[in-house]
Design a protein around this ligand. Structure first.
Ligand SMILES: [Zn+2]
Length: 433
């Protein structure tokens, strides 16, 4: 089956329904260094209970810092260099003791029934997180604030659990639960944090030192092997194009639920997608799209959602670029044509907008399609403009220079101009600004 715009539109709807109401930056004057979260999900009540220890720096001029708390209620509070807290309108305001050093610690105990951000499935019983981290862990949701992470998760013994970071410990607690601990020692934005649990079939593979794990309740181990057979080749392709090695000790792909969501170190792919890949083995776009986010999105992140195309236009373009490498130029061109057609429809009805949005508080469906498909198409045009070798050299320079950083479109333009020694002002003005 060829990739067509209709399919692209429908996959997009599932892909990023989560970003629709992303909250604006609240990164003023705060830099979180590390989160250590303990969480106990109740799969029957669809509730969570936990605590998070947040280590952060704050500007000397600030009396307070603000964290996002979704639908969670803070029940207790401790800390160093902090005086008290107030909770209102899905936020926690922490007042700072300014006589202490500018590094602070706050431990927040909380419970709640998430309205979004976690999907609880009943049959079979499974859960996974989707984008809204502040619904299960109080945190700063700005994509500009990157932090390292430790997750402790209390899991019923019959389930297997996966989370961001490297698994560092697994310990039985009482008769029927196991405490899993993961550590991610490098920084990513909080929307990339996540976990999943359920009972799954499993297939394990290896790419250099990286363990590859594929899970599904529905598909057998042999089917999982087939569905994800290109993963090693994709890792090698993205490492080559980015000039940066995959950062974690493992990459896990789970087929479950009704979303496509990248997280740090793993991805959730919609239940029906496995069947599609088994029917047509060239249908690899979503696997490569989510994997591409491990570089573009998770490690080189848009500084604010106004520059969201740097995450999604990139991942969408990279899935076409992978198809070119794996299946040939025809497949790449089919993808690019499909992206263009989505964009062209929006343009023809007068809904075209610059890729850098003045405001991403309430994006429409067209706005999101522009970010994904106009974004990918414009990267294709830039490739044509510069030629293959300078384009890929620029992509590598951009990725290496801004790795583990949050970036704006100006940073991307700077990297491409510096690398190609070309003035790209006109191109960026026409196609991006
Ligand atoms: Zn994406």
């Amino acid at each position: 089956m060829n990739l067509n715009p209709f399919f692209l539109l429908s996959f997009l709807t599932f892909l990023f329904s989560g970003i629709l109401n992303a909250s604006p930056t609240n990164n003023n004057g705060i830099d979180v260094l590390n989160y250590h979260v303990f969480l106990e999900p109740d799969l029957n009540k669809k509730e969570v209970k936990g605590c998070v220890l947040i280590k952060f720096k704050a500007d000397r001029k600030n009396d307070k810092v603000i964290f996002d708390s979704g639908n969670l209620k803070v029940t207790n509070f401790k800390g160093k260099g902090v005086k008290g807290f107030e909770q209102k309108e899905n936020k926690v305001f922490i007042s700072l003791d300014k006589n202490t050093a500018n590094e602070y610690e706050v431990e927040l105990f909380y419970e709640g029934k998430p309205e979004k951000g976690i999907v609880f499935l009943s049959s079979p019983q499974q859960i996974y997180t989707v984008y809204y981290t502040s619904e299960w862990m109080i945190c700063n949701t700005s994509p500009d604030d990157r932090a390292s992470l430790k997750i402790d998760l209390l899991v019923p013994n019959q389930f297997r659990a996966i989370a961001s970071g490297n698994l560092i410990n697994k310990q039985t607690q009482g008769d029927n639960k196991t405490l899993y601990s993961w550590n991610q020692d490098y920084e990513t934005p909080t929307y990339t944090y996540g976990f999943a649990m359920g009972s799954f079939h499993e297939y394990k593979d290896q790419y250099h030192d990286i363990s590859l794990n594929y899970y599904s309740h529905k598909h057998t181990s042999q089917e999982l092997e087939l569905i994800f057979k290109n993963t090693e080749d994709m890792l090698s392709f993205f490492e080559l194009k980015s000039g940066v090695q995959y950062p974690q000790g493992s990459y896990t792909q789970l087929i479950m639920g009704n979303h496509y969501q990248e997280m740090s170190g793993f991805a959730v792919l919609k239940e029906s997608y496995g069947e599609l890949v088994l029917t047509d083995s060239s249908e690899a776009n979503l696997i490569s799209h989510e994997l591409a986010h491990q570089w573009w999105g998770n490690m080189v992140t848009c500084k604010s959602w106004n520059h969201f195309w740097l995450n999604e236009g990139f991942a969408t373009f990279m899935s076409a670029a992978y198809n070119e490498h794996r299946f040939g130029r025809k497949k790449y061109q089919e993808n690019i044509d499909a992206y263009f057609n989505v964009y062209d429809k929006i343009r023809k009805k007068g809904a075209d907008k610059p890729l850098v949005f003045p405001d991403w508080t309430n994006p429409t469906k067209d706005d999101r399609n522009l970010v994904y498909f106009k974004g990918a198409y414009v990267l294709h045009l830039l490739r044509k403009e510069l030629g293959d070798e300078p384009f890929w050299k620029g992509i590598k320079f951009f990725t290496q220079k801004f790795y583990e950083k949050s970036v704006t479109t100006e940073d991307f333009q700077y990297a491409m101009e510096k690398s190609s020694k070309r003035d790209l002002k006109a191109f960026f003005n026409i196609w991006i600004y």
